[in-house]
Design a protein around this ligand. Structure first.
Ligand SMILES: Nc1nc2[nH]cnc2c(=O)[nH]1
Ligand SMILES: [Zn+2]
Length: 463
């Protein structure tokens, strides 16, 4: 332990694959690549491609006073093209509190699903013991699938939301922690009594997370969705976000009955998006989940406000919500990333969400008889990493391997024990990547790092 912490620099050595730009036709693949990471702050300080020399000397050419025992070397070159570092996945929309309900939705759609499955479960997290069990499991599980950053929703409860913040730090996962705000149209057993109460508890969570003073976690202002917040609460949350320069997350235009309901509840607004816009909730730091049924005006407002969209295709299939027009959103120049939307989405794996995004785009393309709507594998992997970073406003910090970014990474071993992928000797690197895209899972995720430090409990036999 002592020697580990005396290291000033970690050198990660092997194949690095990432997708820094949306318009890339291919992934960026760098072989025999050395990525030097400062132990002090977790940032990448240099990158050297095609390196076959002495690693210690390379480190010393960057900092001559480093001694050999101050350099920690993680060398995965022995795997050649069968193993690679890949940016940690970014889950831009996940309800940590709903994890026990993964896969439980029967024949419901959004509004009856909320009443039958979701509110009864979320209300239980008033009990810290229950919250503790759920939050431990979801963080460990998402890390095991390679998620290094997540935008979490908790519940309306302050103490269990604080607990979630502590647990993200404990397991070393970068996270936004959003205490849900809801003061109307919710069951009597699960509702905040007033806008004041909701603002008070949100403010207390902001103060608590500020005191933890750790750049890996941030509070996020979280009105559940327009129907569950009155106008006073929505506008005060907009102000709170502005005063504290905080990110915002909510749901938008997921289900046609939801949209009709919003139109009845907010008759003065021109549409659903306008409800958020008029209350100061559309900013450069806003994450809008779903956005399936938006009209052109709404998309233009979102683009002009530079807000981002979280595409949650598994959730949209499970609840029969519809198909998000991803290509249209990308062509508009709106930032878009991926979300598991646990538990409306059954899977904690962003890789599985990425392949579902791929499939849904093909269905859309067939329905609309338009080939250009199909997303490529590279585009889906972009959404899972760099796209998500943009949506979270963290594009200068995470999402790809570049100097001055944090080293948030997973190491993928295609030959891992029980790997679901069979390789053949004639296969090219790009083909291996495509096979991983469609069949890879947590068995291929060997190690996960956030800020250059190993995360989670992958080495433990069970979670
Ligand atoms: N998918 C999803 N949509 C919502 N809209 C309001 N609340 C929720 C939620 O918990 N999940
Ligand atoms: Zn959601």
């Amino acid at each position: 332990m002592i020697t580990q912490f005396s290291h000033k620099l970690t050198l990660f050595y092997g194949t690095f694959i990432d997708i820094p730009n949306l318009n890339s036709q291919n992934c960026r693949i760098r072989s025999y690549c050395v990525v030097g990471v400062s132990r002090h702050n977790g940032t990448i300080v240099f990158i050297e491609e095609n390196f076959h020399g002495d690693l210690v000397k390379l480190a010393q050419s960057w900092d001559p006073i480093l001694t050999a025992n101050e350099i920690n070397i993680i060398n995965h070159t022995e795997l050649g093209q069968d193993g690679f570092f890949f940016p940690g996945f970014i889950d831009t929309h996940i309800h940590a509190s709903q994890y026990p309900n993964s896969g439980l939705f029967g024949k419901t759609t959004l509004l009856d699903w909320l009443n039958e499955y979701t509110f009864p479960l979320e209300s239980k997290l008033f009990d810290l013991n229950i919250a503790n069990q759920i939050y431990n499991k979801i963080i460990k599980r998402t890390l095991s699938y390679g998620t290094t950053t997540a935008a979490y929703y908790t519940t309306i409860h302050l103490e269990s939301s604080k607990l979630m913040a502590r647990l993200c730090l404990k397991y070393n996962q970068r996270a936004y922690i959003g205490k849900i705000c809801m003061n109307q149209n919710s069951p009597s057993y699960y509702i905040e009594s007033s806008a004041r109460e909701s603002i008070d508890t949100t403010t207390q969570l902001i103060d608590y997370i500020k005191e933890l003073n750790d750049s890996r976690i941030s509070p996020v202002i979280t009105p559940r969705f327009a129907p569950s917040c009155d106008e006073t609460l929505l506008s005060q949350l907009g102000q709170l976000a502005k005063q504290n320069n905080l990110p915002i997350q909510t749901h938008l235009s997921e289900n046609v009955n939801e949209i009709e309901w919003v139109e009845q509840l907010f008759p003065k607004n021109s549409n659903y998006t306008d409800v958020y816009d008029k209350n100061g909730l559309l900013t450069q730091k806003t994450i809008l989940a779903h956005c399936i049924h938006l009209n052109e005006d709404e998309l233009n407002v979102i683009r002009n406000q530079k807000s981002g969209i979280s595409h949650c295709p598994i959730s949209n299939s499970c609840l029969g919500s519809g198909e998000c027009p991803t290509r249209k959103i990308l062509n508009k120049g709106i930032d878009i990333g991926l979300g598991t939307d646990i538990s409306a989405g059954y899977s904690p794996s962003i890789l599985e969400v990425a392949r579902h995004a791929h499939m849904v785009s093909r269905h859309l393309s067939k329905h609309e008889n338009n080939d250009s709507l199909k997303l490529s594998i590279v585009e889906c992997l972009y959404l899972a990493t760099m796209g998500g970073a943009h949506v979270m406003g963290l594009q200068d910090t995470i999402g790809s391997f570049d100097v001055n970014k944090q080293f948030d990474s997973q190491f993928i071993d295609l030959t891992a024990r029980n790997s679901p992928i069979d390789l053949f000797p004639w296969e090219k690197q790009t083909e291996k990547l495509e096979k991983w895209f469609f069949n890879g899972d947590d068995r291929n995720v060997i190690t996960v790092w956030v800020g250059g430090v190993e995360s989670g409990l992958k080495s433990k036999p069970h979670l």
